[in-house]
Design a protein around this ligand. Sequence first.
Ligand SMILES: Cc1cc2nc3c(=O)[nH]c(=O)nc-3n(C[C@H](O)[C@H](O)[C@H](O)COP(=O)(O)OP(=O)(O)OC[C@H]3O[C@@H](n4cnc5c(N)ncnc54)[C@H](O)[C@@H]3O)c2cc1C
Ligand code: FES
Length: 276
Amino acid sequence: MKPKSSPYVPRPATLVDKKTLSDNVTLFEFAQDSGKPLAHRPGQFIQVSVYGVGEAPFSVSSPPQKDHHHFELAVRKIGAVTNALHNLQVGSKIGIRGPYGSYFPMQKFVGQDLLFVAGGLGYIPIRSVLYYMLRHRDEFGQIMLLVGTRHPRERIFTDQLEEISRRKDVEVLETVDEPDENWKGNVGVITSLFPKIMVNSDNTNVAMIGPPVMYRFVIEECSKLGISQNRIYVSLERRMKCGLGKCGHCQINGINCCIDGPVFCYTQIANLPEAF
Ligand SMILES: Cc1cc2nc3c(=O)[nH]c(=O)nc-3n(C[C@H](O)[C@H](O)[C@H](O)COP(=O)(O)OP(=O)(O)OC[C@H]3O[C@@H](n4cnc5c(N)ncnc54)[C@H](O)[C@@H]3O)c2cc1C
Ligand code: FES
C-alpha cells in the first residue's frame, strides 16, 4: 500500500524570476515542480521552506492562475528565512506547504463595490484579491484602492499601481506619512484619504490589510461612511508554525489564526481586544 503523504512534508518549487520592489522587499515568482497544484484563494498563505534554514508563512500575492503551478510572493527581508530567500538565485529550489487559511469571500463580493485599504506590506495580499477582480471585472461594481506607506522609498509595485490608476474603472488614492522632496501626492496616514472618497454604503465591502494599529482607525472611518461591520474583512498575521490548527502558536483567545483566519469578517473578532 502506498504510504499516506504527511501534510508537514513540503512540495518542491523552483524560483523562476526575482524582481526588486524596494530596498528590502523582493518579488519572487516560483513554479511548482510536482505535487498537487497550489490552487489558492485570494488572501490565503503558504508555508515556505528554505532548505537548511527554516520555514515561514507568506501570503500568495498573485491571483489564482489557470494552471495553479506558478505563484508570486513578495517578501520583506527581516530575519533568517527571509534573508535566505533574498539570497536565492533563479533556478534554486524551495519547499511549500499549503495553501492554508481563510480567504476573501469573492462570491459575496459579486455585484458589489469594494473598498481596499492597504497599509504598507498589506498591499501584498490585497494584490491577489485586486487582480482577481480585475480579471473578472464585469462581475464587480466600483473598485477603490487606498494605499498608505510610511515613506516614498518604501512604496512597492509602483509601476503596477500607476498602470491601475490609469484605468477608468478603478479609483486609486495613495498617501505617505513622511514625504520626500519628489513626492507630489497626499501626505498623512491612510485615514486622511477617506474624506476624498464617496461610497454607496449599502453596496460596499471593505478588504483591509496593514499594521494592526491602523485597523481601529479605519473601522471608525468606515462607520462614519455608514459601512456596517459585517461588510468589513481584515487579515491578521500571527506567528505561525504548523499552519494546520495543531500547534497553538497562532492562537488569539482560542481562535487559531492559521485555520480560522488569517481573513476574518470584522464581526468575528470585534470583541477580541488582543487581535489589534
Ligand atoms: C499569514 C501570514 C502572511 C504573511 N505574509 C507575508 C508576506 O506576504 N510578505 C512578507 O514579507 N511577510 C509576510 N509575513 C511575515 C513573515 O512570515 C515573517 O516576516 C517571517 O516569518 C520572518 O521570518 P524570518 O526567519 O526571516 O525572521 P525571524 O528571524 O523569524 O524574525 C525576524 C523578526 O521579525 C519578527 N517576526 C517574525 N515573524 C513575525 C510575525 N508573523 N509577526 C510579527 N513579527 C514577526 C520577529 O519577532 C523578529 O523580530 C506573513 C506572516 C503571516 C503570519
Ligand atoms: S500555526 Fe499551529 S495552530 Fe496555527
